[in-house]
Design a protein around this ligand. Structure first.
Ligand code: NAP
Length: 283
C-alpha cells in the first residue's frame, strides 16, 4: 500500500479560482476586497510569507496593502497603525505577521484588530466563538488542515483524531475543528509521555510541531489520514514533521511538505478575506 498524496497545491489553486469568481461578483457591485498586512522588522521568513500572501492577493483580485514598520517601532506606533487600518472602510481584513519583535506586546496588538477584520482568526473573540461553536472567523492553517482531511473523502464522524501541538494558532484550533466535525480528539504536546501510544490510535493524525522526522511510519496506524502542518529546515530544504519515506507505505493519505498545508493556509486567507467583504456588503 502507498498513501494517496493530498495535493494541497492543487486544492489551493482550486480554492483561489473560486475566490477570484467571488471577487469578480463583488467588483460588479463596486466592492474590491482589501487585505492589509502589517509587517514589523526584517525577519526573513516573515518577509517571504508576506510576499507570497501578496502574490496570492494579486491572483485572486484582492487589493492588498503592506504597512512595513521598522524593527524598533514602539507599541504605541504599532497600535496607531492598527487603529488606522481598523477605521479604513476599504480594508476588509487585517493580518499582523507574526512573530513580532520581543519588545512588543503581541496580545495587545492583536486585540487592536477588530474581530470582524481579524482575517487570521487569532483575536480572542474569534477564538472564543470557535470554543463556543458560534459563527466567527477561523484560523487559516486549521481551515486548510480540515479541507485536506475533507479531500481524503474519509468520514470524520466518530473517528479518533490525534493532534500533536497545542498552540493557539494551529494545534488548539485544529483540534476544536476536528471536534466540531464529530471526531474524538486527543491533543499531544511536548510533555506527552509515549507519543507513539497515541499516534498509533489515530484514524486522523495532525502534526503541528516543526520537528523534522518526529513522526515515522511505525508510529502511524495503517490506512490513517496524516496531515503534516509542521515546517522545518534540513540542509536548506523545507520538510515537515513526518518522515515521508517510512510513512507513505503505511498511511492511507498523506499531505506533503512542501505542497500541503502551506499553500492551503494562503488560499484559506484569501477565502476569509472575501467572506469578510461579502458579509460587509450584506450588512
Ligand atoms: P509552536 O507554537 O512552537 O507549537 C509547537 C507545538 O509542538 C507546541 O504545542 C509544543 O508543545 C509541541 N511540541 C514540541 N515538541 C514536541 C514533541 N517532541 N512532541 C510533541 N509535541 C511537541 O508552533 P506553531 O505556531 O503551532 O506551529 C507548529 C508548526 O506548524 C511549525 O512548524 C510552524 O512552522 C508550522 N506552521 C505552518 C503553517 C503553514 O502555513 N503551513 C502555518 C503556521 C504554522 P508545548 O506546548 O508543550 O511546548
Amino acid at each position: 500500500m502507498s498513501a494517496i498524496i493530498l495535493d494541497g497545491k492543487k486544492l489551493a489553486a482550486k480554492l483561489e479560482e473560486e475566490t477570484l469568481g467571488r471577487v469578480m461578483q463583488l467588483k460588479e457591485k463596486g466592492i474590491t476586497p482589501g487585505l492589509a498586512f502589517i509587517l514589523v522588522g526584517e525577519d526573513p521568513a516573515s518577509v517571504v510569507y508576506v510576499r507570497s500572501k501578496n502574490k496570492a492577493c494579486e491572483r485572486c483580485g484582492i487589493r492588498s496593502v503592506t504597512c512595513h514598520l521598522p524593527e524598533d517601532v514602539t507599541q504605541e506606533e504599532l497600535e496607531e497603525t492598527l487603529h488606522k487600518l481598523a477605521d479604513d472602510p476599504e480594508v476588509h481584513g487585517m493580518l499582523l505577521q507574526l512573530p513580532i519583535p520581543a519588545h512588543l506586546d503581541e496580545a495587545r496588538a492583536i486585540a487592536c484588530i477588530p474581530p470582524h477584520k481579524d482575517v487570521d482568526g487569532f483575536h480572542h473573540v474569534n477564538a472564543g466563538t470557535l470554543v463556543n461553536g458560534a459563527p466567527g472567523i477561523r484560523a487559516c492553517t486549521p481551515l486548510g488542515i480540515m479541507d485536506l482531511v475533507k479531500l481524503s473523502g474519509v468520514e470524520t464522524r466518530g473517528k479518533h483524531a490525534v493532534v500533536i501541538g497545542r498552540s493557539a494558532i494551529v494545534g488548539k484550533p485544529a483540534a476544536l475543528l476536528l471536534l466540531e466535525a464529530d471526531c474524538t480528539v486527543t491533543i499531544c504536546h511536548s510533555k506527552t509521555k509515549d507519543l507513539s501510544f497515541y499516534t498509533r490510535q489515530a484514524d486522523i493524525l495532525v502534526s503541528a510541531v516543526g520537528k523534522a522526522g518526529l513522526i515515522t511510519g511505525d508510529m502511524v496506524k495503517p490506512g490513517a489520514v496524516v496531515i503534516d502542518a509542521g515546517i522545518a529546515r534540513v540542509d536548506g530544504k523545507v520538510v515537515g514533521d513526518v518522515d515521508r519515506a517510512s510513512t507513505e507505505p503505511v498511511a492511507g493519505w498523506l499531505s506533503p511538505v512542501p505542497g500541503g498545508c502551506g499553500p492551503m493556509t494562503i488560499a484559506e486567507l484569501m477565502v476569509n478575506t472575501v467572506s469578510i467583504a461579502e458579509a460587509d456588503y450584506a450588512e
